[in-house]
Design a binder for this molecule. Structure first.
Ligand code: FAD
Length: 387
């Protein structure tokens, strides 16, 4: 089905994004996959092209473009023509807005220009070795020492964790369940150490690390947003984070589908191309149908988000459906490739391995179902309270 949410300006931007990925990302993808990390220069090159933190005000070097469709285009093109392990979007749209929306003028002046240029890479550190789904269970803590804050604790599974120059860290600042605050920890601060680049099942070009904070002295003006309001600040950004995920998982499904369309029309068995078997045609027809239906919902969510109307539950539905769809599509695509689909040199093999994380990070599928069920009035916590 034709999509009707883009105009000429978007399509021109899509061409530029595609060319950027084809020239500056794809040629390095195999090497990044082997080395387990993208080159830092990739962020600088994306910055030169004006593709990082496009929403940032011009006074910080940005383009002041808030239209989410431009980010959606970057996500769609990187899935097909780049390397989804290059986490530009995490930098630009998942972490950058914490500084852009919660930061003081001084903080924005201090940090945003280098994030826009790609000189500073961003990460967000919520998850701890003790757990990720239950954000209110965070144990990393910050004490107010009068003229500075003192940070102690550790985080794990942090994307861009090795490359990051600025990390938005969520820490406990009060014993109440939601007593959390956000802090910016900078590369080189004494007591801030990184663990090794963690080896993963998929998304190999993406660096993922443990972070350790041992008596890190934070200047008072590295508190981001309000003291003890960190939990609510996080909740504020979650709808966008889940929409970003949905766009990405759907784009990954499209990339796997296209590779499989091509493969099945070339590969032969029993004297005919694989695409001639009814099973192949039906599988591809099912994928196409489900992706088209999902795309309509995601595009509608994008427009709602542009209007500031995207609800947490609709974002959760998009994230849940697209991540589960990506799992089914990539699995079927590997199957239609036969043994070649299991080989690393075939893109679909990496796509299958990459897809496994989509149902886990940015809130697991189970947590998405919880959010959606609560929106239906099905909340046992409320029932227990009333009893
Ligand atoms: C490659 C990768 C990159 C990541 N990047 C980042 C990052 O940049 N920053 C960051 O902070 N974190 C990051 N994470 C962490 C990620 O967000 C967490 O792994 C995720 O939130 C799940 O938390 P957990 O691993 O502790 O699982 P757990 O919370 O221990 O969950 C285990 C299982 O229990 C289920 N479960 C938990 N609670 C409930 C419930 N209430 N109802 C039903 N089922 C439940 C979960 O769905 C899951 O199936 C990343 C993880 C990976 C693997």
């Amino acid at each position: 089905m034709d999509r009707n949410i883009f105009d000429n300006e978007h399509e021109m931007f899509r061409d530029a994004a595609r060319a950027f990925y084809q020239n500056e990302v794809k040629p390095h993808s195999d090497r990044w996959h082997e080395q387990g990390i993208v080159d830092r220069e990739a962020f600088l090159k994306a910055g030169e092209q004006g593709m990082l933190l496009m929403w940032a005000d011009e006074m910080y070097g940005g383009a002041g473009v808030h239209d989410f469709r431009f980010e959606q285009i970057l996500i769609e093109e990187i899935a097909k023509h780049g390397d989804p392990g290059f986490f530009m979007t995490l930098h630009s749209r998942l972490v950058g807005p914490y500084i852009g929306e919660l930061g003081t003028d001084e903080q924005k002046q201090r940090w945003l220009p280098k994030c826009v240029s790609g000189e500073h890479v961003l990460a967000v550190a919520i998850t701890e070795p003790g757990g990720g789904s239950d954000v209110a269970g965070i144990r990393t803590k910050v004490e107010d020492k009068g003229d500075h804050y003192l940070l102690n604790g550790s985080k794990t599974f942090i994307s861009n964790g090795i490359l990051a120059d600025l990390v938005v860290v969520v820490a406990r600042t009060d014993t109440s369940r939601h007593g959390l605050s956000l802090f910016v920890v900078e590369r080189g601060m004494e007591g801030f150490e990184r663990g090794k680049n963690l080896k993963k099942m998929g998304m190999k070009s993406q660096d993922t690390a443990e972070l350790f904070f041992n008596n890190v002295k934070l200047p008072k003006d590295n508190l981001l947003g309000e003291w003890n309001r960190g939990f609510y600040h996080l909740m504020h950004f979650l709808a966008e984070e889940r929409l970003l995920g949905a766009c990405q998982y759907l784009a990954n499904s499209e990339a796997a589908f296209e590779a499989t369309m091509e493969y099945t029309q070339e590969r032969k068995a029993f004297g005919r191309v694989i695409a001639d078997f009814q099973n192949t045609r039906f599988k591809l027809a099912d994928m196409r149908t489900q992706m088209d239906v999902a795309q309509s919902f995601v595009d509608r969510c994008v427009l709602e988000h542009n209007e500031g109307n995207l609800s947490a539950e609709d974002a959760a539905k998009a994230k849940l459906f697209c991540s589960e769809l990506e799992a089914r599509v990539t699995d079927d695509c590997v199957q239609l490739h036969g043994g070649n689909g299991y080989m690393d040199e075939y893109p679909v093999s990496r796509m299958y391995a990459n897809a496994r994380i989509s149902r886990i990070y940015a809130g697991t599928s189970e947590i998405m179902r919880e959010i959606i069920a609560r929106s239906l009035g099905l909340d046992p916590r409320k029932k227990n309270k009333a009893a």
